[in-house]
Design a binder for this molecule. Sequence first.
Ligand SMILES: Nc1ncnc2c1ncn2[C@@H]1O[C@H](COP(=O)(O)OP(=O)(O)OP(=O)(O)O)[C@@H](O)[C@H]1O
Ligand SMILES: [Mg+2]
Length: 258
Amino acid sequence: MVTVTLLKVEDLSISFGGLRAVSGFNLDLKPGELVGLIGPNGAGKTTVFNILTGFYQPQEGRIFFDGTEITGLGCHKINRLGIGRTFQNIRLFNELTVLENVKIAYQYAGRYSWGDAIFRTRVFHRHEKEITDWALSRLDIFNLAGKADEIAKNLPYGEQRRLEIARALAGRPRLLLLDEPAAGMNPQETVELLELIRWLRQEFSLTILLIEHDMSLVMKLCERILVLDYGMTIAEGSPEKIRNNPRVIEAYLGEEVS
Ligand SMILES: Nc1ncnc2c1ncn2[C@@H]1O[C@H](COP(=O)(O)OP(=O)(O)OP(=O)(O)O)[C@@H](O)[C@H]1O
Ligand SMILES: [Mg+2]
């Protein structure tokens, strides 16, 4: 049977102390869609990602991925089921090389076991070259192969963001959650990122949910946009519809579009 919905989110809510960070959040993602999640600072966007990826447990609501309920599962399990993400505050292994960062993400996704790696078993040696070659080919896609042996923290900011995406894809996700991938990038890097995301979606048959404050990127990339404000979805629709929605302009876009 063909899956018509890859991700289904029903009535998700979470509070921190007295603050209702996400309230009654609903979302349907069809395979191959590229959807934007926007809204002012503190609106609850990253919290939605944290719930979807198992970093936080929702107090209300249910999540289904590819027809299976994943509500309450841990982040490791959800990652292995096929949901990859990047972080708003870049989370790389700073002291490791660019290549090692991608290889570790591959291991984390369960492509071979930690035991094999730690005890340097025959399985490890057999796979080691294979994995290195694979990781290098991945870095090539992100224009980072020439920097494979550099220490991650020494990369310029824009390259660290690209490396984060490379890591997220090492687990071969079907759904990719990108949390402000253009943050800290210069205009040229942002244009290249736009092309890269389009290409990745096609090449790896990805479904993508994107959080971003760079409105030109969001409006050009996304087919559909959801707007959060104080944890609630205040609008949903095409970029054109969102751009002209008075409530969205008042809550978020303001002078940016006027
Ligand atoms: N672990 C936590 N403990 C307490 N409060 C939290 C926690 N995580 C998020 N919050 C609060 O929940 C609200 C939503 O935060 P969130 O990080 O999801 O916003 P955001 O939409 O991603 O904002 P930004 O655009 O600034 O990244 C904020 O008020 C934040 O302070
Ligand atoms: Mg955020």
